[in-house]
Design a protein around this ligand. Structure first.
Ligand code: NI
Length: 143
């Protein structure tokens, strides 16, 4: 019996405010780089996390998505929904973009890898329906 490898995904949505701002730069330079995104504004974010592993022939599953659902609710929704992201302690000192959010959320989920049942493979952050960033963790992203 072979064990095909699959990727499974859970998504959560939350609404939050942020501004694009690099505190090491002058207000003028921030405005030049980020334009209107330098002002506080909101997004309806969607975050998807994927787990990858072999199919368990006994359960017909790669992992029980209930576990990923619980971890994502605790680490993402409960911490970020209706917040000003710039004030979240674990996002402090970063320019809050879809890219940096994907990295920060990857770290939060990776810290709970033991609970996930299969290897964390991908975090994708949609800032709008059209725009997203994805991160596959440090191992596959080191240049
Ligand atoms: Ni924005």
């Amino acid at each position: 019996m072979d064990h095909p490898i699959l990727t499974i995904t859970h998504g959560v949505q939350f609404s939050a405010a942020h501004r694009m701002n690099n505190s090491r730069l002058s207000p003028e330079r921030n405005l030049e780089i980020f334009g209107p995104c330098n002002r506080i504004h909101g997004h309806n974010y969607r975050v998807e996390a994927s787990l990858r592993g072999p199919l368990d022939p006994e359960t017909g599953m790669v992992a029980n998505l209930v576990d990923l659902m619980r971890v994502m609710k605790e680490e993402i929704f409960e911490q970020l929904d209706h917040q000003l992201l710039d004030e979240i302690p674990w996002l402090k000192d970063t320019v809050i973009s879809a890219e940096t959010l994907a990295i920060a959320i990857w770290k939060k989920l990776a810290n709970r890898q033991d609970e996930l049942g299969a290897a964390l493979d991908l975090v994708r952050v949609y800032e709008t329906e059209a725009d997203s960033a994805e991160y596959r963790g440090p191992a596959s992203n080191d240049f």
